[in-house]
Design a protein around this ligand. Structure first.
Ligand SMILES: [Zn+2]
Length: 700
């Protein structure tokens, strides 16, 4: 079974929200469709700007700014059948999906050996059903032969060392289980280390985690029985005799492994990064296997220490290697080899795998072969696709334009931090240091990974998967001992989102996110400051708010806010909590001002900083009051447009009760806290959004 960590991650929150990273983070921000035009820096002229024409003149902006600003879109948009919401984010995701499809379709004619051709060949091999059927399990023969040659526990250990995979990622994406017996990740840790750290994580279960193996719940017992039938079926199809008995032995071994593993909940604690084992610790705390042989075969002989994310599992796996019968181990490995590659083996294997694993294999159960091939290619070839995607859809001029907006917004946020009175001087120094050194990645990484050493064969789907996994493992090993690259990206450019990586003091916005209406190349600077500028400000403020308060500027996990800072912040924030609790979309249900407070604070701080930055960017034209008024309007309209959204009543109710983000229409209403909005839209006492100047909240 091919596992796509981007899909199996438990850390992705519901649509519209954050991708979490170290102990938190990553806010994914919505996007919307719209003009994919490449016009640079379109200036609004004396004529009414396009964004003004999208407004609904029958609504008073002071009453309902969201509906006013998004009038044309709201009139034209219905939620597609089967969906609960349609918004800027889902629009952008849909556009991105089409862009990637075009990219892959065009890649087939690229020169042999080029990056594009590698991507196309990977998909072609996946779709080459004739070659797959004709090959049978022959492509797996070298692997199965090497399992046959395992003759004692020492050769078993050597085999397992060679099979260590780099398919986990505890701190960035919350991938805590390897498809192999153990998984390696080489990434920054949480103590301000200057070099990369080796993480070792549990794995080797064909079912998602330990629970189905140990639960007495009838549904879980049935799943267990189904899984054992699947093991038997794969082994029998591959020609192993006594498949029933072999399957039972595999199940016993795997259940013992599962029993020793950490639960999903226990795996999800970032404090697991504190569990550092030296080489001696392995011998002492996890007897039963020769770890030095294991590490040597894994290419880790010079690695002195590891973060053992789930110590119980390391102990358990070694004990199991020491105690379980060798033949059971060999059948376990044979079955898992078949399972790992089942989707690119003949149909009898692929269908069995999909029936068992369902949506956890590539794509969804209803996908057509070509959709599955696309999903598999996107998962395995994410790096190469990212480079092609960025080159085609996010030119360097756009990157430079958004970088300039981002730098100006962060400078404005710094000025706001300098001015706040509730933060103590020492705390303020750390906050300013964090903002000064914050890496804001726009569109795509500063350096591309090299795929020259990856061979892709259009007739060898199994080999391609193996070579991708081997390549990823080699690249993980190569990072050991290297200085941490604080500008490293953990999200592909074609993934719609923004990611906060506190342990790197880094913030990245993907090229896919940077599409209209989140960032519109055809729109004016003013409206882009209101859209992407406010989003950058929002995310940057998380580095210095109660979320970022847990991480120092050097990425070390250590709280730098004092209790007095927290108290002062809370006092300022109470007004905003009350303001949001005043919104009642239903007579019986309203916005929870406390639940959504930290996101609302980030929205307000981000919008205010973006406004300062935009005004600052006007230069000499700031004295032209008519011009400034037009630009101010575009700024606020750009902000409202970037969060356009339609949501069903039931989804709205769900969001109100459990989501820490307020519904978009109320997030937009935070414009009422900025004096300039009143002037730009002539909002007056009596308008529903009107707040007396003293009631307007300012936190940053
Ligand atoms: Zn946020």
């Amino acid at each position: 079974m091919l596992r796509d960590p981007r899909r199996s991650s438990t850390s992705m929150k519901a649509a519209d929200e954050a991708i979490r990273t170290a102990a938190w983070a990553a806010l994914l921000v919505p996007l919307a469709l719209g003009s994919p035009g490449s016009a640079l820096r379109a200036q609004s002229t004396g004529d009414q700007a396009a964004i003004e024409r999208e407004a609904d003149p029958s609504i008073r902006p002071g009453d309902d700014f969201f509906s006013y600003a998004n009038g044309a879109w709201l009139k034209a948009t219905v939620i597609p059948a089967g969906k609960e919401r349609w918004n800027a984010r889902t629009e952008i995701s849909e556009v991105t999906r089409q862009q990637i499809t075009h990219l892959l379709d065009d890649a087939g004619v690229a020169p042999a050996g080029s990056l594009a051709r590698k991507v196309a060949d990977f998909r072609a091999a996946w779709l080459n059903e004739a070659a797959i059927e004709a090959g049978g399990i022959a492509p797996l023969k070298p692997l199965l032969d090497s399992i046959d040659r395992v003759r004692d526990k020492a050769s078993l250990t050597r085999f397992l060392g060679r099979r260590l995979a780099a398919d986990v990622d505890p701190l960035n994406w919350g991938v805590y289980q390897s498809a192999r017996l153990l998984g390696l990740s080489v990434e920054p840790s949480l103590h301000g280390e200057k070099t990369y750290v080796a993480f070792l994580l549990q794995g080797g279960l064909g079912l998602p985690d330990r629970e189905p193996y140990v639960s007495t719940e009838p549904g879980m017992q049935a799943l267990r029985a189904k899984y054992q039938r699947y093991i038997r079926r794969l082994l029998a199809q591959a020609g192993y005799d006594r498949a029933e008995r072999r399957a039972a032995a595999v199940m016993t071994l795997e259940t013992d492994l599962a029993r020793s593993q950490a639960t999903k909940e226990a795996s999800a604690h970032d404090q697991n990064a504190d569990s550092v084992w030296t080489r001696d610790d392995f011998a002492r705390r996890a007897p039963g296997m020769d770890w030095s042989v294991f590490f040597t075969e894994a290419g880790l002989d010079r690695q002195e220490s590891f973060v053992v994310w789930q110590p119980v599992a390391a102990t358990g796996v070694a004990a199991e290697i020491g105690s379980a019968p060798l033949e059971a181990w060999k059948d376990y490995l044979r079955f898992h080899a078949l399972d790992e590659y089942a989707e690119v083996l003949p149909r009898a294997y692929a269908e069995a795998a999909r029936a068992l694993h369902g949506a956890s294999v590539t794509g969804t159960p209803d996908d057509t072969p070509s959709q599955r091939a696309l999903a598999a290619t996107e998962a395995a070839m994410s790096g190469p696709i990212g480079r092609l995607y960025a080159e085609r859809y996010f030119p360097a001029e756009q990157k430079a334009r958004v970088q300039a907006i981002g730098a100006n917004v962060i400078a404005a946020l710094r000025r706001r931090v300098e001015a706040v009175t509730w933060m103590s001087p020492d705390t303020k120094r750390v906050a300013l240091a964090k903002l000064s050194t914050l890496y804001v990645g726009i569109g795509y990484p500063e350096r591309w990974e090299d795929y020259a050493d990856l061979t892709v064969d259009p007739k060898d789907a199994v080999g391609n998967l193996r070579r991708v996994a081997d390549r990823n493992y080699r690249h993980a090993l190569a990072r050991l001992g290297q200085q941490v690259d604080l500008t490293e990206w953990w999200m592909a450019p074609q993934t719609v989102g923004a990611v906060l990586v506190f342990q790197q003091n880094a913030l990245t916005f993907s090229a896919a996110l940077l599409q209209a209406p989140k960032y519109d190349p055809a729109a004016s600077d003013a409206s882009n400051y209101g859209a992407i500028g406010a989003i950058i400000g929002h995310e940057a403020s998380h580095f210095i708010d109660p979320l970022g308060a847990e991480y120092e500027a050097d990425g070390r996990r250590r709280r730098w806010w004092t209790p007095a800072d927290s108290a002062g912040f809370q006092e300022e924030a109470d007004g905003l909590a009350r303001q949001f609790s005043g919104y009642h979309p239903f007579p019986d249900l309203g916005v929870d001002g406390k639940l959504t407070l930290s996101e609302n604070i980030a929205d307000l701080g981000g919008l205010a900083a973006a406004f300062d930055a935009y005004r600052h960017s006007l230069g000499a034209r700031a004295s032209d009051t008519a011009y400034v008024r037009r630009q101010d309007r575009e700024f606020f309209l750009g902000f409202a447009r970037s969060w356009r959204s339609r949501i069903s009543e039931s989804a709205l109710r769900t969001q109100l009760t459990g989501n820490d983000h307020a519904p978009e229409m109320y997030r937009i209403a935070t414009v009422r806290n900025l004096d300039a909005w009143y002037d730009a839209f002539d909002a007056r006492p009596g308008d529903r959004l009107y707040l007396a100047p003293a009631a307007r909240v300012r936190i940053w």
